[in-house]
Write a protein that binds this ligand. Structure first.
Ligand SMILES: Cc1cc2nc3c(=O)[nH]c(=O)nc-3n(C[C@H](O)[C@H](O)[C@H](O)COP(=O)(O)OP(=O)(O)OC[C@H]3O[C@@H](n4cnc5c(N)ncnc54)[C@H](O)[C@@H]3O)c2cc1C
Length: 714
């Protein structure tokens, strides 16, 4: 409404100016004719004339009306070069900034909602190189300034950046015009001001910073490479360091396209996902779910059985699951695929040379045209006083546990902490989970977190939110975490074992990144461009080492890009795109997501409509005794285009796949609704969400007529 009022006001203002014929008076001939009068007026009231001139100039540019060039000439003609340049420079910048803000206020939300993907890319580009592009656009007179103002308003460029880059970029052109204005008498027409040579010089000046920036990055890469001697021949087309999710896929792709590929793994094939991450955690969750179901067997008409948990047997099962999956990632399988697997520790000696200390002790040196770093991440251990006194657990060593902790304290409310906290509680530990934020799973929407928290509390997890861990204290066999609660009071939280799950940090040290100058600032992941190239154009990286999403499928997605770019980048390179990357947290209820959720949409100022379908109403969920959770779909207002989905409930990680496919291939709610889903399945929840959306968008007018038609037919 505010926007409509403002737009109407602007339109009326422009119409009024038009009607009064003010713009018609702004001609080169009029300016020449009235120069003497204007000069006399300026001499009589210099400040008033300057102020009036400034106001008119700002008005013209802010409203994107034609006449700014002539006003600039007038500036020189009336005020001379010095004062004229100063006035015009500030007036034009202020006017341009206002025009940019008008466009932002009126159009940005609308454009962002309709073209969210394009706008995300544009904003990312503006964040990286916006100042350079704006500067080039300001200097190259081929682009009308009012268009630049309007387009920049659609982006997320900071107002201050827009201001200073515009003022600097327009200064030269402004000076030329103001100077020409001082020579008004000699000019026959405005066309005399800009010669082809001058335009060419401006264009060159405009693209110079961009070229300089591109050149600088090429220079930096060349300089980085130049320090090293490039081998004449290579032992491999591609060398991959790390055989986790990222490394295995990189090596697989290289072998599939018949490249010679060496894969080095120092520890266990399969990396974190197989050995300490996804696989063991999901196997643990399965046992925990069964224990939970046994406890509640009476809900299904069976005698309820408090489970006798043989924790060592649970752990044995986990290791047998790992064993069952191991062949998929094994040395034998990859050797069979044509990958040269070497078990040992790799260390970069140069951008092309790697030293491998084999597990047998033998040291080898190999060269490769390109390298993919897929060395993963490890648990982040906070600098918590007293932590060293307790034999704390992380996701790395948890799987060696043979005895169930009676009291387990889980530090951290992220996905890993939550999955493990619930699993241990279900297996009979008394779990206390400490989170410094106001809720667990903070990346998800409030309603998703709330539902998970409700289940945690119902199952007996002692959730301590807004608790900041301060120190660990030990007294004989007693140990506790001291934390400060919401009120700032210190509380003691006793435990038998402590599980640290406060995040994961990339593995960056000990394999040559320091020597090659590749170490990022502390706390950051390894720097790459969108093609996943590091500072050295032939060294690529993927997976948890680079982030931003630390998931197995994200690592695989990146690995495809890294290896294809490494092997075929001289022909075509592929930029990695995370637009439709889904993820799930395997708590009960599961929480799965793709695209935007409400909190992200609000943060990014994207308008949306939310349609929620409650799974508590779904036939199959009721039959299964799992009637809880919801499907929440965000769509473009008034359209069926899907912006994002949050799914909470049983099998959410599986159900989300339909939405991922729909979003990836541009299918909307109408198509989902028109797709046959098997009855009775959980996937019907997706269709019913689409049905809810359709109902909310039913054409009421048509339905009223239809009702009349049917009544008439009775
Ligand atoms: C408890 C837990 C549960 C998880 N659950 C899920 C889940 O359900 N779904 C999901 O998608 N993701 C999950 N993840 C995340 C997932 O495990 C990671 O995102 C994934 O393993 C990252 O793969 P990567 O290839 O980047 O690294 P990694 O799997 O860590 O592999 C890196 C490998 O590099 C090797 N290496 C390092 N340095 C060298 C060197 N110098 N020389 C030779 N080898 C080296 C390491 O030994 C390691 O094997 C979970 C993680 C944890 C911890």
């Amino acid at each position: 409404m505010k926007k409509l009022v403002f737009l109407s006001f602007l339109v009326l203002l422009v119409l009024l100016i038009w009607q009064l014929g003010w713009l018609d008076a702004l001609t080169f001939e009029n300016l020449k004719r009235q120069q003497a009068e204007l000069l006399a007026w300026r001499d009589a009231q210099p400040l008033l004339v300057s102020g009036f001139y400034l106001l008119v100039y700002v008005g013209i540019t802010a409203l994107s009306l034609p006449g700014a060039a002539l006003m600039t000439l007038a500036g020189g003609a009336i005020f001379g070069l010095g004062w004229g340049l100063l006035l015009v420079s500030f007036a034009s910048t202020l006017g341009a900034t206002l025009a940019m803000l008008v466009s932002r206020f009126l159009l940005r939300d609308w454009v962002k909602t309709r073209f969210s993907k394009t706008m995300q890319k544009l904003d990312a580009g503006i964040e990286r190189e916006g100042a350079f592009y704006l500067f080039a656009l300001r200097l190259v007179p081929a682009f009308p300034f009012f268009v630049i103002n309007l387009v920049m308003g659609l982006t997320r460029m900071k107002v201050w950046t827009f201001w200073w880059v515009s003022q600097l970029g327009m200064l030269l052109g402004t000076a030329v015009y103001v100077n020409a204005g001082t020579q008004l008498a000699q000019l026959q027409s405005p066309a005399d001001i800009l010669s082809i040579q001058l335009l060419g010089a401006f264009a060159l000046l405009g693209v110079f910073p961009l070229l300089a920036r591109k050149g600088l990055s090429v220079f930096k890469s060349r300089q980085a490479l130049g320090r090293w001697k490039k081998p004449q021949h290579f032992d491999a087309n591609l060398l991959v360091i790390g055989a986790g999710s990222g490394g295995l896929v990189s090596a697989y792709i290289a072998a599939a396209v018949k490249a010679r590929v060496i894969l080095v793994e120092k520890h266990q094939m399969g990396g974190d996902c197989l050995n300490t991450g996804c696989v063991p955690s999901k196997a643990l969750i399965r046992s925990a779910r069964l224990a939970h179901e046994m406890r509640h067997a009476d809900h299904f008409g069976l005698e309820k059985q408090p489970p006798e948990v043989d924790f060592a047997a649970v752990m044995d099962r986990i290791h047998s699951v790992i064993k069952a999956i191991e062949p998929h990632d094994s040395v034998e399988r990859f050797t069979g695929l044509g990958v040269d697997v070497r078990q040992g520790t790799a260390r970069l000696l140069s951008p092309w040379e790697v030293e491998i200390t084999l597990n047998t002790g033998e040291i080898q040196r190999v060269t490769a045209r390109s390298i993919v770093l897929a060395t993963g991440a490890e648990p982040l251990v906070p600098d918590l006083p007293g932590l060293e006194q307790v034999d704390y657990l992380t996701s790395d060593n948890l799987w060696q546990l043979r005895e169930r902790p009676e009291r387990l304290l889980v530090l951290g409310g992220g996905p890993i902490g939550c999955e493990l906290a619930q699993a241990f509680q279900r297996l009979g530990s008394q779990v206390t989970q400490v989170e410094r934020g106001a809720r667990i799973l903070p990346r998800e929407d409030q309603d998703a977190s709330q539902l998970v928290m409700q289940y945690f509390r119902d199952e007996g997890v002692d959730l301590r939110l807004e608790h900041q861990a301060l120190r660990i204290e030990v007294d004989g066999k007693q140990r506790w975490l001291v934390a400060s609660d919401k009120a700032g009071e210190e509380v003691q939280l006793p435990f038998d074992r402590l599980l640290v799950a406060v995040g994961r940090k990339p593995r960056l040290t000990g394999y040559g990144l320091e020597e090659l100058g590749l170490l990022p600032d502390s706390g950051k992941t390894l720097d790459t461009n969108t093609y996943l190239q590091t500072l050295y154009p032939n060294i690529y990286a993927c997976g948890d080492l680079v982030g931003p999403y630390q998931f197995t499928h994200a690592a695989s997605h990146q690995a495809w890009h890294a290896s294809v770019n490494a092997l075929f980048g001289q022909f075509k390179r592929f930029a990695v795109d995370y637009s439709f990357l889904p993820w799930a947290t395997f708590t009960d209820p599961e929480v799965a997501r793709v695209g935007l959720n409400e909190q992200d949409a609000r943060e990014q100022g994207i308008q949306y409509e939310a349609t929620t379908y409650g799974i508590d109403d779904l036939d199959r969920a009721l039959a299964d005794g799992q009637a809880y959770g919801f499907v929440k779909v965000l769509t473009v207002p008034g359209k069926d285009k899907i912006l994002g989905v949050t799914l909470v409930g049983p099998h959410a990680g599986d159900l989300i796949a339909e939405f991922v496919l729909a979003m990836k291939h541009g299918l909307g709610m109408n198509q989902l609704l028109g797709t046959i889903h098997i009855y009775p399945t959980m996937t019907e929840a997706n269709k019913f969400a689409a049905g809810h959306w359709k109902k909310a968008h039913a054409p009421e007018g048509v339905l009223r007529w239809l009702k009349k038609y049917h009544q008439w037919r009775l």
